[in-house]
Design a protein around this ligand. Structure first.
Ligand SMILES: Cc1cc2nc3c(=O)[nH]c(=O)nc-3n(C[C@H](O)[C@H](O)[C@H](O)COP(=O)(O)OP(=O)(O)OC[C@H]3O[C@@H](n4cnc5c(N)ncnc54)[C@H](O)[C@@H]3O)c2cc1C
Length: 510
């Protein structure tokens, strides 16, 4: 019997594979989505950002996927899909710790950085409880007419002149599919990377990092100080220390995701590869976390990732492409995985839409952009890793990220996406050059001031303002005052804020 033939085969049914599959269907392509496991399943990578949510919103609007639009904000998600678990993310919370001299950080304003991403819960970002979200996306893909098969173990693909043949087994049954084009959405060192096989490339200047994580029940809230820009636990919470950091993300189903990422050197000192005992030792050493995790129970055995960062030597070829999440990864410190992946989906969708999926020039442009986005992320993340022992420098450098991200989001929301080219504005000649210089600038007493001046033309969120003492609420007035930087009038910014539901009362700062 002749194998079934599809326009597009997508390997891996995380949210990204399913989303691209739905878009391809909307563009009239036949699609097979092949998954080696099954849903629901445990998967890490959960925290969204304003830019990620906006990219998702743009994709679902452009490709007529209204069923996914509620996932772009906490409020609409709660109304439309209360059964799909998620967490409330009002911002980025950072605390600084010294592993040699541990002391509580939660009530010490000098050792914290709170950057709000939204003024109110209704329009806030979310942590995606991926077991639920990915299962939902797959079933939505099936509703869109995607042919979905789980438990598929694929052998190496065969590339003929006009077709890609994918063979393997599903249980005991041999299976074969033919496709015009294959997209690999199977994550780092995934299907095509290992089966073709592809080489790995260095991430220049980037430290090797390791991670250890689980999901827990019974994690207490940290609680914070009165007057903070948002409840500190309703955020992506980062506990930073020399050469490493811990993340804590709370979901509305009583589950909390937590883990540690550390340089190879620190991972060795902490003996992270031992799993649970290493986690317990680390938590016991940090008073805030010891209190928070006193009654916490991991839901499954700790998972250890020995080498987090990854950069594929090749990203596209004739009849195939890796999604950004299969082409590389650095570290979750700045929640960059979702936006990088969504930018890649946007680029591939455009190639499908314009009939250029088989155009070698267009494919190599996709590869180049995917790689450059990764390198820009790696450069900034490496600078942050190198300053984790010095919170003032770390905080000053994070402003480069927050300035680029908030500027990009605002410009796009105002219809001025051309002002914010590339992830982290990496294609903006002025900003990208300054970003590179400032990320590499020595950590001296002038750095914060230099960064404040460097980001000034792009600073639409009152960032780097010493008077705010590391608490940055989401204030409408900051955006309105910055209208000219965004190529807009104040009235246009006010109208944009209204469209986004940005009309909640502002917090009072102390
Ligand atoms: C520790 C950690 C924390 C992270 N935290 C964040 C965060 O907070 N925010 C953020 O934006 N990003 C984060 N990321 C990145 C994020 O995980 C990815 O960007 C995101 O998961 C990409 O989704 P995806 O659907 O492409 O891939 P995945 O979620 O990795 O899904 C890949 C799918 O492919 C399947 N698969 C694998 N191999 C095969 C095969 N051979 N055949 C068929 N199927 C296969 C897998 O079973 C899986 O279902 C984190 C990553 C790590 C490692």
């Amino acid at each position: 019997m002749r194998p079934q033939r599809f326009d597009i085969a997508i390997i891996g049914s995380g949210f990204a594979g399913s989303l691209l599959a739905m878009i391809a269907r909307r563009l009239g392509r036949s699609v097979v989505l092949l998954e080696k496991g099954s849903h629901p399943r445990i998967v890490i990578g959960e925290s969204s950002t304003p830019l990620a949510n906006l990219l998702l919103e743009e994709l679902v609007d452009r490709y007529d996927l209204p069923q996914l639009r509620p996932f772009c904000k906490w409020g609409s998600w709660q109304k439309a899909y209360p059964e799909v678990a998620c967490g409330l993310k009002r911002g980025f919370t950072f605390y600084h710790h010294d592993l040699d001299r541990p002391a509580p950080a939660v009530h010490d304003r000098e050792r914290q950085l709170l950057v709000a991403a939204s003024p109110a819960d209704e329009i806030a970002d979310t942590h995606w409880y991926r077991a639920d979200v990915d299962a939902h996306f797959v079933s939505s893909a099936v509703d869109c007419g995607v042919t979905y098969l789980d438990h598929v173990q694929l052998d190496s693909p065969e590339f003929d002149r006009d077709v890609v043949r994918l063979s393997g087994r599903r249980g005991r049954e041999p299976v074969t599919f033919e496709a015009d084009f294959v997209v690999d959405a199977s994550g780092p060192r995934g299907f095509l990377h290992s089966s073709l096989p592809l080489t790995e490339r260095d991430l220049p200047g980037y430290p090797r990092t390791h991670a250890l994580y689980s999901h827990f029940r019974g994690v207490e809230r940290l609680g914070g100080e009165d007057g903070a820009p948002y409840p500190v636990d309703d955020a992506a919470v980062h506990h930073v220390f020399d050469r490493g950091w811990i993340w804590v993300l709370r979901f509305n189903n009583g589950v909390t995701s937590a883990g540690v990422a550390a340089t190879e050197e620190l991972a060795g000192e902490l003996r992270l590869s031992e799993g649970a005992p290493a986690w317990q030792r680390l938590i016991a050493a940090l008073p805030d976390l010891r209190r928070q995790f006193a009654h916490a129970q991991p839901l499954y055995e700790f998972r250890y990732i020995p080498n987090l960062s990854f950069r594929s030597g090749q990203i596209t070829g004739e009849r195939w492409a890796l999604l950004p999440s299969a082409a590389g990864f650095v570290d979750p410190l700045l929640s960059t995985g979702f936006p990088l992946t969504l930018f890649g989906i946007e680029r591939l969708a455009q190639l499908m839409e314009t009939g250029k999926l088989h155009d070698p020039g267009a494919l190599s442009m996709y590869a180049e952009q995917t790689d450059q986005d990764l390198l820009a992320t790696a450069h900034l993340t490496a600078a942050l890793y190198s300053s984790m022992n010095d919170f003032q420098t770390f905080t000053a450098r994070t402003m480069l990220y927050f300035a680029a991200a908030s500027y990009s989001e605002s410009a796009r929301r105002l219809g001025n996406a051309h002002l914010a080219p590339g992830f982290l504005l990496r294609k903006h000649l002025v900003f990208s050059r300054r970003m590179r210089e400032l990320a590499e600038a020595p950590p001296d007493a002038n750095l914060a001031q230099e960064i404040r001046e460097g980001i000034q033309p792009f600073n639409v969120a009152g960032l780097s303002n010493p008077a705010r003492r590391n608490w940055y609420p989401a204030l409408a007035e900051d955006l309105i005052e910055s209208a000219h930087k965004l190529g807009a009038t104040e009235d246009e910014v006010v109208a944009m804020l209204k469209r986004c539901g940005f009309n909640a009362p502002q917090p009072v700062l102390q």
